[in-house]
Design a binder for this molecule. Sequence first.
Ligand SMILES: Nc1ncnc2c1ncn2[C@@H]1O[C@H](COP(=O)(O)OP(=O)(O)OP(=O)(O)O)[C@@H](O)[C@H]1O
Ligand SMILES: Cc1cn([C@H]2C[C@H](O)[C@@H](COP(=O)(O)O)O2)c(=O)[nH]c1=O
Length: 209
Amino acid sequence: MTGYFITFEGPEGAGKTTILGLLEKELRGKGFDVLSTREPGGIAISEQIRSVILDKKNTMMDGRTEALLYAAARRQHLVEKVIPALKQGKVVLCDRFIDSSLAYQGHARGLGIEEVLSINEFAIAGVMPTLTLLFKISPEKGMERIYKNEDREVNRLDLEAIDFHHKVYEGYMLLADRFKKRIQVVDAERPLNEVFSEVTELIESMLAK
Ligand SMILES: Nc1ncnc2c1ncn2[C@@H]1O[C@H](COP(=O)(O)OP(=O)(O)OP(=O)(O)O)[C@@H](O)[C@H]1O
Ligand SMILES: Cc1cn([C@H]2C[C@H](O)[C@@H](COP(=O)(O)O)O2)c(=O)[nH]c1=O
């Protein structure tokens, strides 16, 4: 596959979606063929799975069911949208991917990073990101940003206790340490222009290789 697969990761409210939108515009301006998408979702089947997972009414959902639903949404999204775009040489910008499952379900939910990695290896069949940007922010700061944003709907995962969000953060830090070559940590607590300028530098250096 000839394209670039760039994933955006981090706790709630880290600024992933905002930076992804800015980067898309910047790269398009430079003539790159860009596809922006998100997980869970991005295509009809995966958006339907997203509604089930994030529905606040589904309080009885078992952790393993949750992990399997994310992996199923991921598989369909990869096959229908991401892989064809990579084959066409596009730059694919994806809001969350496998590391979200490892941090949220593997570490925070307590299912185990290895176990969740193993079901995801089946789902992705070797398609891994070229680069992952991990937006580092404290759970308190991230949740504060989310609750300030009146346009964003609060979902079932947002409603988890703050301890869960601390575990998500901890999970991401473990992943950054384990996958040093792929994951670039970006301090997301800084003003937006500073975060964006670091991201553009990282992307430019990746595209120049
Ligand atoms: N660097 C920043 N400084 C201050 N506010 C920011 C910054 N980046 C994003 N925001 C604001 O924080 C809120 C959350 O941003 P955004 O939706 O991009 O985060 P996210 O990581 O995609 O969140 P989630 O994964 O929970 O959907 C938005 O209101 C956005 O305008
Ligand atoms: C892909 C993926 C996501 N999650 C969680 C993370 C968030 O709480 C929601 C998605 O909401 P967003 O506003 O689009 O960020 O789902 C997860 O727990 N596991 C995953 O694999």
